[in-house]
Design a protein around this ligand. Structure first.
Ligand code: XUL
Ligand code: CO
Length: 437
């Protein structure tokens, strides 16, 4: 079989002192952190769309890196892309991958062709999966690229678009089931609106729920035992998206009764676009028992759009991994590299370097999160902050054994006094200390 990346060796762990750009400095997959191997904590998944397809094209100019695999658009190119992807995944140590229907096939002129192409290519991918042991994390359908979704897919006012979306999701879910995926993602890039002046929001949301119900019923009756995820994003491409953030999505999940089938796939850059931190979104999902999977990337917060940068900020990955450790791991999902190269990063080594540095950033984050938990000062500080609710009137509040009259009486008996400090500066100092000790 042709080697696509002869200049990229199998990436090994060489330790923090290594200066080799093609080696892990911190991600040591068999090293144990809090009793579990790093690779169990960090189930990295490779995303076809950014890892293989995106060529650097932006609003102002064409591609800057070669993603042709030496072929013109054809089935041969689609196969070459699969070969190259599995080579790169093996060399960089991915154990999972994720796909959109259109990422893995040759271009399809219509839905019938897409169905045929998907059937063909998934047979081909399954051969690679069997040879390499690499597994499918999740699949999804691209319901945003084609003109037929210009007004939305499952929230379109046009039944033709709705049915087309149903057809695409049915086939993408069949492909996911066929390849043994552990999840299926709904990301609603066009599920939203640009102006309320032409939109029946209530009808669109009810229709979206009817759509998800049909997909879940179809999946369950065809042997899919995995988790469905909603991936929140507030905007882009649509002005206002219905899956705005985790809280909004949870309200939707609860309103339509999807709690037992749908969890959240949370993405770092989407969190920033919604005005939240990545760890905030994960915390909201986790305390509601709805943490599914994550899409790992970082925002460039100085610009207002989705830049999908490779993970680079250790403090952020530490706070993310802290949430994941507190959740006893990602029980329903993976850490998917929905991350892409900067346009000027056009050398053939850059993609591999992006993965190495991204994985190292998560490994450092995991170690720092474990240190924060083992050190215990931060958890203890938080516990103590609420200790007034452990006894007396506080305990009665928690147990639901008091009322406004009793609280009034208690409040009137108090003398005004200064409250304890929140000590944010001290807590920031602990993170710095643990980071560099
Ligand atoms: C878009 C995005 C998608 C989803 C899958 O911002 O993140 O690639 O992850 O459709
Ligand atoms: Co994503």
């Amino acid at each position: 079989m042709k080697e696509y990346y002869p200049n990229i060796p199998k990436i090994e762990y060489e330790g923090p002192a290594s200066k080799n750009i093609l080696a892990f400095k911190h991600y040591n997959k068999d090293e144990k952190v809090m009793g579990k191997r790093m690779s169990e904590h960090l189930k990295f998944a490779f995303a076809f769309w950014h890892g293989m397809n995106y060529d650097g094209t932006d609003m102002f100019g064409g591609g800057t890196y070669d993603r042709t695999f030496g072929q013109k658009e054809s089935r041969e190119k689609a196969k070459a892309r699969i070969n190259a992807a599995f080579e790169l995944m093996q060399k960089t140590g991915f154990e999972y991958f994720c796909f959109h229907d259109v990422d893995i096939c040759e271009p399809s002129a219509n839905l019938a062709e897409l169905k045929t192409n998907l059937l063909y290519i998934t047979d081909y991918i399954k051969e690679h999966m069997a040879k390499t042991g690499i597994k499918l994390a999740w699949g999804t359908a691209n319901l945003f690229g084609a003109a037929r979704y210009q007004h939305g897919a499952a929230t379109s006012p046009y039944v033709e678009s709705y049915a087309a979306a149903a057809c695409q999701v049915k086939n993408a879910l069949d492909a996911t089931i066929k390849m043994g995926g552990i999840g299926y993602t709904f990301w609603g890039g066009r599920e939203g609106y640009d102006t309320l002046l032409n939109t029946n929001m209530e009808f669109e949301l009810d229709n979206l729920a009817r759509f998800y119900r049909m997909v879940i019923d179809y999946g369950r009756s065809n042997g899919f035992k995995g988790t469905f995820y909603i991936e929140p994003k507030p905007k882009e491409p649509t002005m206002h998206q219905y899956d705005f953030d985790v809280s909004t999505s949870i309200a939707f999940i609860q309103k339509y009764g999807f709690e037992s089938d749908i969890k959240l796939n949370i993405e770092g850059n989407h969190a920033s676009l919604a005005g939240h931190t990545f760890e905030h979104e994960i915390r909201v999902a986790r305390i509601n028992g709805l943490l599914g999977s994550i899409d790992a990337n970082h925002a460039e917060t100085l610009v207002g759009w989705d830049t999908d940068e490779f993970p680079k900020d250790v403090k952020s990955t530490a706070l993310v991994m802290y949430e994941i450790l507190k959740n006893n791991g990602l029980q329903y999902g993976v850490i998917n590299f929905d991350s892409k190269l900067r346009r000027p990063s056009s050398d053939e080594l850059d993609n591999a370097i992006g993965f190495i540095v991204g994985m190292d950033t998560f490994a450092l984050g995991l170690k720092l999160a474990a240190k924060i938990i083992e050190d215990g000062r931060i958890d203890e500080f938080v516990r103590n902050r609420y200790s007034g609710f452990n006894a007396g009137i506080g305990e009665k509040i928690v147990k639901g054994e008091t009322n406004l009259e009793e609280l009034e009486e208690y409040a009137l008996s108090l003398e005004e006094k200064r409250l304890p400090s929140g000590r944010q500066e001290y807590l920031n100092g602990i993170i710095n200390e643990l980071m560099f000790s």
